[in-house]
Design a protein around this ligand. Structure first.
Ligand SMILES: *[C@@H]1O[C@H](CO)[C@@H](O)[C@H](O)[C@H]1NC(C)=O
Ligand SMILES: *[C@@H]1O[C@H](CO)[C@@H](O)[C@H](O)[C@H]1NC(C)=O
Ligand SMILES: *[C@@H]1O[C@H](CO)[C@@H](O)[C@H](O)[C@H]1NC(C)=O
Ligand SMILES: *[C@@H]1O[C@H](CO)[C@@H](O)[C@H](O)[C@H]1NC(C)=O
Ligand SMILES: *[C@@H]1O[C@H](CO)[C@@H](O)[C@H](O)[C@H]1NC(C)=O
Length: 366
């Protein structure tokens, strides 16, 4: 770590040195990332669908020199692994966002194109997040949204769900994906170099929830920055093919891409951010009831418990994976779950994962 920090401080280059262009429609210099998105019934018009759509527009050409140097320092530091893999996973940290661009996304099953608000300036440079109208949509569990106005075809998966029934909110790192967030060295290694692995038993558990909760939407709330979205999406596609869903991630814009390792290994306090994302889910599906699944490494117990105190049965159950090395003390859980009935939450060990599938969540057990 120390070696790396010293190395990094020698190669300071700021992204803002690159000129920023302002224009209102996409041009051939721009690239677009569309995030997978939930769709839901318009609360003001039952025959209309809305989609909570997010996009990142950035200059197609960007400089990877600084990022590559920073990552080379880590491989030299003994972590080992393919530098190409690491650069590919982290390259969006070096991308330069483009403000003021408006996009439209079309869905074959829906009567209207979704139009996003113009991409933002600083601090969320190049990002846009909008509730956009899709008009009337016909059936289906997943739609493909296609960007209009692009040279390349850019697509996104849109997951529609009805107003009632169950849903699942899940964390990613150390809940469904082996990440070792408590060990900086291991965490950086799994994030940058290793093939991502699911937590054993979780793909089967999530597949069983599709049956027992009658096709719930799965919404993943992660502390990871949006730049890791393609990596996390591909992981879910490979390991959780039938329980995929939108990934709500953090907005992080680096002034200095050489800080990427420090930013990844020293996450901010996730409590407020994750609560804001549970609020976002509540805004989208206020009349559903969610099984919330997380782990004891960061703030999931505190986040889901606070959401229960705020929203009651919108949070149907809270399941927390007990991760070795985390604060698994009674004091912690007693404080976190203050005001939450003991029948509403469960701290589970890895040995207990197969048994979770037998719990009748729909029938009121947790
Ligand atoms: C949720 O349920 C309430 C009470 O039944 C109803 O007034 C409201 O329209 C519902 N909201 C949605 C988004 O379906
Ligand atoms: C990310 O940035 C967009 C654009 O400014 C904003 O609308 C959205 O609320 C931000 N998301 C979070 C989680 O802060
Ligand atoms: C409700 O939405 C449908 C489908 O988008 C649209 O055709 C209709 O005009 C809308 N109704 C109102 C009152 O806005
Ligand atoms: C999107 O729609 C949901 C549900 O109506 C609402 O709670 C939320 O505030 C809206 N978000 C924005 C950015 O308009
Ligand atoms: C664990 O959490 C409790 C409650 O927040 C706190 O009092 C205790 O100091 C923590 N223990 C460790 C080892 O961090």
């Amino acid at each position: 770590m120390r070696f790396t920090s010293v190395f990094l401080s020698c190669v300071v280059v700021t992204a803002w040195a690159t000129p920023v262009t302002y224009h209102s429609s996409l041009n051939s210099l721009d690239e677009v990332l569309l995030f997978d998105a939930p769709a839901f019934q318009d609360p003001d018009n039952a025959s209309n669908s809305l989609v909570s759509l997010q996009a990142f527009v950035y200059l197609k050409q960007f400089d990877l020199t600084t990022l590559t140097s920073a990552l080379t320092a880590w491989t030299l530091g003994g972590i080992g692994g393919s530098i190409e893999t690491a650069v590919e996973r982290l390259k969006l940290f070096a991308a330069v966002g483009v403000p003021g661009v408006s996009l439209s996304v079309g869905v074959a099953e829906c009567s209207e194109q979704a139009t996003l608000s113009a991409t933002s300036g600083l601090p969320d440079l190049g990002l846009s997040a909008t509730n956009a109208s899709l008009g009337h949509c016909d059936g289906g569990n997943a739609f493909t949204g296609t960007l209009f106005n692009a040279d390349d075809v850019v697509t996104t998966t849109i997951f529609p769900s009805g107003t009632n029934g169950f849903g699942v909110i899940s964390d990613i790192d150390d809940t469904v994906k082996v990440s070792h967030v408590l060990n900086t060295f291991q965490f950086i290694k799994t994030t940058l170099f290793d093939n991502p692995e699911p937590v054993p038993g979780m793909p089967d558990l999530y597949a069983s929830l599709i049956q027992t909760l009658n096709d719930p939407p799965f919404i993943y709330i992660t502390g990871s920055p949006y730049q890791l979205f393609p990596f996390l999406r591909d992981f879910l596609k490979a390991s959780f093919p039938n329980s995929r869903g939108p990934i709500f991630s953090q907005n992080v814009t680096l002034a200095d891409v050489s800080q990427v390792i420090d930013v990844l290994s020293n996450p901010n306090d996730l409590l407020d951010y994750k609560l804001s994302q549970v609020d976002r889910v509540h805004g989208i599906y206020p009349n559903k009831s969610f099984l919330t699944i997380g782990d004891s490494t960061q703030s999931d117990p505190e986040v889901y418990a606070e959401a229960y105190r705020k929203y009651g049965d919108f949070i149907r159950c809270i399941w927390i994976r007990r991760v070795d090395g985390a604060n698994n003390s009674n004091e912690r859980f007693t404080a976190a779950f203050n005001g939450v009935p003991q029948t509403k939450y469960r701290i589970y060990t890895d040995e207990e994962i197969p048994g979770l599938a037998l719990i009748d969540v729909a029938g009121g057990s947790c």
